[in-house]
Design a protein around this ligand. Structure first.
Ligand code: TC6
Length: 693
């Protein structure tokens, strides 16, 4: 099937790209584009060419799925060279998004017209790359490096209006963008095409260079673990120091090196994993969501208030329900205070704040949930409490309304059993703070209707979340794996590591926070209570709680937080307490390297992930990775725990787990059968097929 159609309007040829879903520049499209352009260029009846596109995107960029495979001719830079070298003016008619290679196509044209709603950007940085088809050379020539560099560094697209202001487009079309591009093409024929970007140097002034170097110096300080910011600086600098052709070659070399970098591979993997979650195995893609116009949230604590804010932020009316007036007043005050903080910081206007607060109706008593299309329960984490609420809701809410629990650990079918409508009951597990965190685990218990799950997914997306469907089981996916890491932390502390060493290993890996600082932030008493309820112990963590050191809120936990400090300091008393626990357990403490700590923290998580896959609690390894990236701050360029395990090699993980299991006698560290099988077959998690949860 041809991906580019050629039509004529008088003397103007119109090449319309049509390569659903987003006109990505795969090999077929590149070849068709090159062929069509050549036809139009050699047709004596044609005086100018418009490149337009059908569908929601002008061009979403290179086909990311081709990256990492042998390059197929014609290469994009060669196609662009032909466009720019055309003797007949070529005009881009941009509608929807022009991203990455898509914007580079437009930059190679002699002029650009954008629809008012178009968005233009070079997001390669987010994939661990830099523009690789001339973007770093053409954009500075068109708008100056001081403006081009921040666009490429942030990767954020700009609106058509902003693009006009920058000089990136020549015109914003009031009406039909193709018609406007045809008119502009005719004008260019009459007065001669403008200089192609590659021949321009008027923007590359000494002042522009100076401003760019200031920005480059700032960016290099912040480049952290990503090599591409430095590569971007080098490529943009080449626009000043090298000829256009040499600059292109330099950009290409940097781009090619980055393509092979494991950090970029991980980010590309994440790109597809985050889209894959929308396909829920076992549920037909034709199943339609139920309509959600009004919501209710039960419980106006930190979690419930945050969830209500998610609805208000998405423009959905929500009733926030408590048992007593004083509780709902407190909850509403908390919500108002959070909005106020955003106003003070300048991220929300007072008018928007008022709009959002007005969407939240406070109420006392479950009766106020009667009109809701969905009810989300965020009450106390105790089965009896949940069952009572769901039983009562069953008699109140209208037929077809979804009943969701925000439980983090409890058995969702047992909650559903308190109602007469298990087909409408599922879990919607938000993460704290609910109005900020992107992750949403949607728990699909046996017996829930497919359209209820699809509704929760669609709603999650409306709320700006990353919804992942998981199976029912203690701690679902994220918290279950977190518990494996928490147990690993305790083991390490008893064996000889200190809290700051454990945390440093994880922050060195790329996490923003280590497990000890995280526990101190969340409150050590939470885990303590949960352990006690389940009859579990953790000698170090329990002793810290018995001393009343609950974390930041009490000024000390694993670390000291004098005078309300947010960053902890080493606490000699805690370190002595840990040494005492080791002694009581008869353990001779030894030191651990950061690498040893890391594998002892992460390998058990991978093992738990393998069990989760075996048990059908997660549909795909990618779903687990998306959960850890969006809910637990796993560094995106490491691709998530299951991807990370694949990069290490499952054989290595199995050997390390076996050694740890033998050393500690902890059978939970024995490699999961699935992990063993994949390792024995020389495979990775990426070889697994999706299965229904
Ligand atoms: C580059 O251009 C480098 C050039 C140098 C060359 C030398 N490739 O996100 P959605 C698929 S780097 C392949 O759900 P939306 C996507 O997987 C690239 N596939 O839709 C999904 O497929 P599925 C720079 C792609 O409306 C479907 O399209 N460009 C690509 O929420 C729909 O996607 C970017 O980084 C692609 N480039 O958002 C832009 N893009 O249905 C990346 C999309 O089978 N893309 N797909 O799961 C985006 O930001 C968004 O997809 C969007 C559309 C804004 C275009």
């Amino acid at each position: 099937m041809e991906t580019v159609r050629l039509a004529r309007q008088g003397e103007i040829a119109i090449a319309t790209i049509d390569n659903p879903p987003v006109n990505a520049l795969g090999q077929a499209l590149r070849a068709d584009l090159a062929r069509v352009l050549s036809e139009a260029s050699t047709d004596p009846a044609v005086t100018a060419i418009v490149i337009a596109a059908a569908g929601k995107a002008f061009i979403a960029g290179a086909d990311i799925s081709e990256f990492g495979k042998p390059p197929l001719a014609p290469l994009l830079p060669d196609v662009l060279d032909a466009i720019e070298g055309s003797e007949k003016p070529v005009v881009a008619a941009i509608q929807g998004v022009a991203l990455g290679g898509g914007l580079e196509v437009a930059l190679a044209c002699h002029a650009r017209v954008a629809a008012a709603s178009a968005m233009l950007g070079l997001p390669e940085i987010k994939l661990g790359l830099i523009p690789g088809a001339g973007g770093t050379q053409r954009l500075p020539r068109l708008i100056g490096a001081a403006k081009a560099f921040p666009m490429m560094l942030s990767g954020e697209p700009v609106s058509a209006g902003k693009a006009l202001e920058l000089g990136l487009v020549d015109e914003v079309a009031g009406g039909d963008v193709v018609a406007a591009a045809v008119t502009l093409a005719q004008a260019l024929v009459a007065k001669g095409a403008p200089e192609p970007a590659r021949e321009r140097d008027d923007r590359l002034t000494a002042k522009d260079r100076e401003a760019f170097e200031v920005l480059a110096a700032e960016a290099s300080l912040k480049s952290g673990d990503m090599p591409n910011a430095m590569a971007l600086i080098e490529a943009v600098r080449a626009a000043f120091t090298l000829s256009f052709a040499e600059g292109l070659a330099a950009e290409r070399a940097l781009f090619t090196a980055l393509l092979a970098d494991p950090r970029s591979k991980a980010l590309r993997y994440v790109f597809f994993a985050e889209r894959e979650i929308a396909r829920v195995p076992g549920i037909d893609s034709a199943v339609k969501p139920r309509e959600i116009a009004r919501a209710a949230v039960i419980g106006a604590g930190t979690m419930g208030g945050g969830i209500a804010m998610c609805f208000a932020n998405a423009g959905i009316a929500v009733t926030l329900i408590e048992q007593e007036q004083a509780q709902i007043d407190n909850g509403m005050n908390r919500v108002a205070a959070i909005y106020e903080m955003s106003v003070t910081r300048g991220s929300l206007t007072p008018a928007k704040r008022d709009e959002r607060v007005a969407l939240i109706t406070p109420a006392v008593g479950l009766g106020a949930a009667a009109e809701a299309d969905i009810v989300i329960e965020a009450a106390f984490e105790e089965m009896g409490v949940k069952q009572q609420i769901f039983g009562a809701l069953d008699a109140i809410v209208k037929p077809g309304a979804i009943l969701a629990s925000n439980t983090s650990y409890l058995d969702v079918p047992t909650i559903a059993a308190a109602t007469t409508r298990p087909q409408d009951v599922l879990g919607m597990h938000f993460f704290s703070p609910a109005n900020v965190m992107k992750l949403l685990e949607i728990v699909r218990p046996a017996g829930v209707a497919d359209d209820a799950v699809v509704t929760a997914m669609a709603l999650g997306r409306r709320l700006g979340k990353v919804p992942v469907v998981v199976g029912n089981g203690f701690g679902f996916v994220g918290n279950r794996m977190l518990e494996a890491r928490t147990r690993a932390t305790e083991r390490l502390l008893v064996a000889g590591a200190l809290p700051h060493e454990v945390d440093a290993a994880l922050t060195g890996f790329g996490f923003k926070m280590g497990p000890c600082a995280m526990a101190d932030l969340a409150g050590n008493d939470i885990g303590w209570r949960s352990r006690k309820a389940r009859g579990k112990t953790a000698a170090v963590a329990d002793a810290i709680c018995e001393a009343g050191w609950f974390g930041q809120k009490t000024g000390r936990g694993y670390f000291l937080y004098p005078d309300g400090a947010r960053t902890g300091q080493r606490d000699p008393e805690v370190e002595a307490l840990i040494a005492r626990v080791s002694q009581e357990k008869g353990v001779t403490r030894r030191s651990f390297t950061a690498d040893e700590i890391l594998s002892r923290l992460l390998d058990p998580m991978v093992n738990e992930g393998a069990r989760i896959l075996e048990e059908g609690i997660a549909a795909r390894p990618g779903d687990i990775d998306v959960i850890w990236l969006n809910g637990y701050n796993w560094p995106a360029w490491r691709g998530g725990p299951m991807h990370w395990a694949d990069t290490i090699g499952l054989g290595v993980i199995v050997a390390r787990l076996e050694a740890q299991a033998a050393e500690t006698g902890d059978t939970a560290l024995e490699p999961a059968p699935l992990l063993r099988r994949l390792a024995a077959e020389g495979k990775g998690f990426a070889d697994l097929k999706a299965r229904p949860v």
